[in-house]
Design a protein around this ligand. Sequence first.
Ligand code: NAD
Length: 272
Amino acid sequence: NLQGTWELNNGYKMPYLGLGVWKAEDGEEVINAVKWAIDAGYRHIDTAKAYDNEEGVGKGIKASGVDRKELFITSKLWNTDQGYESTLNAFHKTLDRLDTDYLDLYLIHWPVEGKYKDTWRAMEKLYKEGKIKAIGVSNFLEHQLKDLMEDAEIHPMVDQLEFHPWLVQKDLQKFCAENNIQYEAWSPLMQGKAFKNETLKEIGEKYGKTPAQVVLRWDLQNGVITIPKSTSQDHIKSNADLFDFELSEDDMQTINALDRNERIGPDPDNFD
Ligand code: NAD
């Protein structure tokens, strides 16, 4: 079921498969990708101020003809907008560009030191006003989560992190689970490297599935929300074809064992 959801710690439901749109160009490219995804049954789109395509995402949503209330839209606050007042301003600009009156999820994109606590107070205010249904963070490691939660009134509902077979971060997953913070995977396809991995290919052959479908299914069976990116209609469709098979426990363990604690993207302790 493509519209399957997990419940966040405030009871709000988040679809476990979404479309990522980083590097999808504003205009026709992102409009089509969003529309094709919604046509294919996706109900969750992941954008950010920094992707410079919120307007196109908004247009793709309108073009889909699906009611806004059936969709789950995430955006993220960019680093240079961190701080209390600047977060409030940035949030309203994001809403304007998306042409919507609320967000389902708003994330602090990166843990900018010395700023994220003020940012979080603004997120809490917007959440209490009902303008955001769930608030969370991205790229926060355990020490940053602990530090944030020390002063927070509301705990983050989601942490969106780099996650794929080479970067499992089991301890961070465990910490999030213990604190009711939903783990969400970015770059789940390892920005394309997953397609070349022999282990994923071999496992896929057993099930008649592609390496992309194997790795996305592994996310779901790990309880991790996943947001593969594509702007090709065929790939958008096939990346969602995950609900008619189940990886065996052995195959799950084989994929877990590929972990080598290796990042593709920036390190959250040193990102600028
Ligand atoms: P990804 O791992 O989703 O890989 C995307 C690449 O794989 C693209 O080049 C795409 O063309 C290709 N691809 C997708 N499906 C394919 C298929 N079936 N066959 C062949 N090729 C295919 O990479 P990503 O875009 O880095 O990550 C996904 C999303 O995560 C982003 O779009 C963004 O929304 C989010 N993200 C968030 C952060 C963050 O800091 N919070 C960082 C990176 C990405």
